[in-house]
Write a protein that binds this ligand. Structure first.
Ligand SMILES: [Zn+2]
Ligand SMILES: [Zn+2]
Length: 133
């Protein structure tokens, strides 16, 4: 079973299947919501996420819902809309994120110039529906 949790350990979750479509998102919203240069997301269906403990705080930004640990603010989940499925989970909050390497890079338009990227991966100017670079 794949498990993860927030910084303080109050929120714990379990994934019934492995997340897929692992994406580094360099958009400005991901940057600000995490305080990091980019967020690595993995797609997963809602039914395959089980909250084991703690509370989630949801914040709507730019028509998307960002879900944080209510206890310590760790970014956990991104929903493209209220009923979006699959949703995106932060690979960095998994107990073993090393098992899920990045497969594509999005929002290069917003990338910080000092962030080095792997040019062998598929990369996109904006979201993965935009023109591939
Ligand atoms: Zn916490
Ligand atoms: Zn983003």
């Amino acid at each position: 079973m794949i498990q993860g949790g927030c910084t303080c350990g109050n929120v714990r979750y379990e994934l019934r299947v492995a997340p897929s479509n692992i994406v580094d998102c360099h958009c400005a919203d991901c940057r600000r919501s995490s305080g990091a240069a980019f967020i690595t997301w993995g797609s997963i269906e809602r039914k395959n996420i089980r909250l084991l403990g703690g509370e989630i705080k949801k914040v709507s930004v730019a028509n998307r819902i960002r879900c944080f640990a209510a206890c310590c603010g760790s970014p956990l989940i991104l929903e493209d809309s209220v009923d979006a499925d699959p949703v995106e989970i932060t690979i960095g909050t998994l107990d073993h994120p090393e098992a899920f390497p990045t497969t594509k890079i999005t929002w290069l338009e917003d990338r910080l110039p000092w962030v080095t990227i792997d040019h062998s991966l598929p990369k996109f100017q904006r979201g993965s529906q935009s023109a591939q670079l």
